[in-house]
Design a protein around this ligand. Sequence first.
Ligand SMILES: *[C@@H]1O[C@H](CO)[C@@H](O)[C@H](O)[C@H]1NC(C)=O
Length: 318
Amino acid sequence: MHLTVNEKEENQTAPVAFILLDFNNDDLQMLFSIMFLTIYIVTMAGNILIIILVVTDQHLHTPMYFFLGNLSCLETCYSSTIMPRMLVSFLTGDRTISIKGCFTQLYFFGSLAAAECYLLAVMSYDRYLAICKPLHYTILMNDRICILLIVGPWIIACLVMSPIIFFMSQLNFCGPNKINHFFCDFTPMVRLSCNETDLIETTTFILSSIGTLAPFVITVSSYVYIIRNILRIPSTTGKQKAFSTCSSHLTVVACFYGSLMIVYVLPNMSSLSDLKKFFSLFYTLLTPLVNPLVYSLRNKEVKEAIKKPCKMLQRHYY
Ligand SMILES: *[C@@H]1O[C@H](CO)[C@@H](O)[C@H](O)[C@H]1NC(C)=O
């Protein structure tokens, strides 16, 4: 009898901080530190380069590149919600994160992820208009609509994420405080709570569907129309030209949504948690890395924009 009372008391001591069990591997700590630090530096450098090119190069002053530049802004923030905290864990071995810190990370990560989904959808809608409605493109994608399409994703993202965080802040945490993940994600956090979580899980499911499923449907339907339209072009070169303007974006979209689906659509089984952790790396860390890389390696106009300062330097020196 006494034992149970003691146990109960022990269970009710609320934790003051959470512990992030990232990859649970002390031997590989050094390797992970170097690998993730490299990814972070390349991600930041690549995205900042894209932002500089889009802002400074006159040839890139079109809606498509404005969206790309704004996506790069978003991705530098997105990457910074997870990476620095993770690197500190690897470098110092200190894996604790305050509960407030955890909520803050979840809020910014969640809203930036939703904003990213919507911005990717906006970019595919832009490609849809350019390829399927070329004659009306300049009217349909005017400055005002362009700004609306850039600001919209941020507003929707905040509207989706705020109620989730509000409901989560009502939860009590009492006892277990180990998060089996490398950042404070929704499911691992809710699992530590000692409240009934059905209602909050349903609410979150609905809200995150608005945040991710809606833009996914927009993206997929844009691409269905784009591909149907490209297949109708008679010449092979015409087909290639039309496809080349959207293939970079399609690569980024596939990487982002593919991994997002694996993580959130697979059932919540503990046997799958390592697999999910691995695929979480794709949408949290690799998408922001891949985006500037595919655009600078595959996109002709961005390549030209990168070459220009190099040529200017050459002329200056020789
Ligand atoms: C973001 O979009 C706005 C509005 O179209 C544009 O003026 C701005 O240059 C873009 N920002 C970047 C960094 O591309």
